[in-house]
Write a protein that binds this ligand. Structure first.
Ligand SMILES: C=C(O[C@@H]1C=C(C(=O)O)C=C[C@H]1O)C(=O)O
Length: 284
């Protein structure tokens, strides 16, 4: 039987997905996070890199690969709240319909500070929505990275990604993963590779994904150069953006995930992960 994968193919997963050679009998479709979340939950696909909050919400039926994540420790650059007033004064915030995870993170961060602006779904660029009367706009993925750089860039030979300002031209960019780090000291996990517990992926697919990730990370400069051209961003920006991700769901990432799970879905079912690489061989 064919095993169906659903990939969120933002630039941040390029180091895993770009060199992936699917084994025979595995097919793949692509889409934005909310589409892939739905596709997995309604079983239109069998495995997907989904918003981690959906994995938490459906922990009773889902399991995740033990060593794959889209996570960061500190800024992520592509999950941004663009705002024209201080956070405490926000009244009306536009949310993208592409995202589940970042919306949940924004809610946790706002609630943690006792803030409750009106949150509304609305599509458009940050500058369009700010001009349309929103005082905050949440954006994710490639367009958020581009818009961030458009507001706070350009890099000069003397500056680095981390030294760029947070405010320029009257717009402040709050990087939600950086805000999470400041609050918790932990990484933030945006996505995990999840599947229904009764339908785990074939070993050949997991193996192919691990090989693809090794290849991608080993050739990060080339991956970054290719995507920089597509995005219309300097290579330096995309290279920094990509090396900054944590793709292996390591112990610190799991800590961050568990902490977020407790805050966002109190009383959730235990989070389950498939066997770690080499676990079967080691226990024989
Ligand atoms: C960091 C990002 O992570 C993505 C954000 C997601 C979400 O907000 O629901 C889901 C999957 C992640 O790969 C990003 O795309 O900017």
């Amino acid at each position: 039987m064919t095993y169906r994968a659903g990939w969120i193919h933002y630039t941040n997963v390029a180091p895993i997905l770009d060199s992936l050679v699917l084994p025979p009998d595995v097919t793949a479709i692509t889409g934005v996070p909310t589409e892939m979340n739905d596709a997995l939950l309604s079983r239109r696909v069998d495995i997907a890199n989904i918003s981690a909050v959906e994995f938490i919400r459906h922990a009773a039926v889902l399991e995740a690969l033990p060593d794959f994540s889209v996570a960061v420790l500190g800024p992520v650059y592509s999950v941004n709240l663009f705002h024209t007033r201080p956070l405490a004064a926000l009244e009306r915030v536009a949310l993208t319909s592409q995202s589940a995870m970042s919306v949940a993170l924004l809610e946790v961060l706002l609630r943690g500070q006792g803030l409750s602006p009106v949150l509304e779904r609305a599509e458009g660029t940050a500058e369009e929505l700010l001009a349309a009367g929103f005082d905050g706009v949440l954006r994710i993925g490639d367009s958020a990275l581009r818009e961030w750089y458009g507001v706070v860039g350009p890099l000069t030979p003397e500056t680095t990604m981390t030294s760029l300002p947070h405010t320029a031209r009257g717009i402040t960019v709050t990087d939600l993963a950086e805000a999470w780090f400041e609050r918790t000291g932990h990484p933030f996990v945006f996505a995990v590779w999840a599947y229904h517990r009764d339908n785990p992926p074939p070993a050949a697919l997991i193996q192919a994904m691990r090989e693809a990730r090794r290849e991608g990370i080993g050739h990060l400069a080339e991956v970054a150069a290719r995507h920089a051209r597509k995005l219309g961003l300097p290579e330096r920006v995309v290279q920094h953006y990509l090396w900054n991700f944590r793709y292996h769901l390591e112990a610190p990432d799991r800590l961050g995930l568990a902490e977020f799970a407790q805050l966002s879905v109190p009383g959730h079912a235990p989070l389950r992960f498939g066997p770690r690489p080499g676990a079967a061989a080691a226990s024989r």
